[in-house]
Design a protein around this ligand. Sequence first.
Ligand SMILES: [Fe+2]
Length: 271
Amino acid sequence: MQTLTAPTAAVAEDIGNIVSLEHVNVRIDDQSRATLFYIVGLGFTRDPYMNVGLNNMWVNIGDQQFHLPTGTPQVLRGHTGLVVPDLAELKERLASIADQLSGTKFSWADRGEYVEAVSPWGNVYHCYASGKFGSMKLGVPYVELSVPVGSAAAIQRFYAEVFEAPGTVEDGVARVEIGARQTLVFRESKRVPKYDGHHIAIYIANFSGPYDYLSEHKLITEDIRNHQFRFQDIVDPQTGKPVFTLEHEVRSSRHPGFRRALVNRHTSDWQ
Ligand SMILES: [Fe+2]
């Protein structure tokens, strides 16, 4: 059989099977404080169509979201990268909510290239000005997880084998490509907190391939319903051993949320 080799320029346009990372879900215990931090402070937009009560809030950031159900607070093991339109305006907004969030874990600091903002429950966000991540003007360019020492290569193998996601491993850091402009980063660390049940949601193009692999390896934690399934354990494909836990809500492009238009206000217009 003849094998065709695509030119490098063509290969560079390829993406893997994970089309996008849509939301990060962490429970919080106070919707008023969440409004102050995510809407007033970070400047994002509450989804006006879904979960508008007190038991959950969806927060739009460009084409991505945070899901914030009310409950025992959860903290992502690592941090989430964000792109915001203007860092100076962000700093003004964060300063404006400091008094109201005193006594919580809220803090913020100018780290030069980015502004670090910590939620009232300890979730860490690195906020970059638009321009740092290609054409993204507002959104979530990456999620970075702290993973056990020695696990990065196995994690990269997992996403490559199960999700056909391009990735690299260098100096204990695995980078897994999500679509054309997002990344899942796994950075080895000596301090990996206990997993508390937070999750991420991804969309994939080929749904049955990953489902079959994860099903065969008994890794599905919630079977298919509403065009999605869930798994938690990332395993080394070479040994089958779990190396890191992070619940993934895995959706097909037939899920009603796929490419749903998200409302995003323009904070600069009225401040
Ligand atoms: Fe979710």
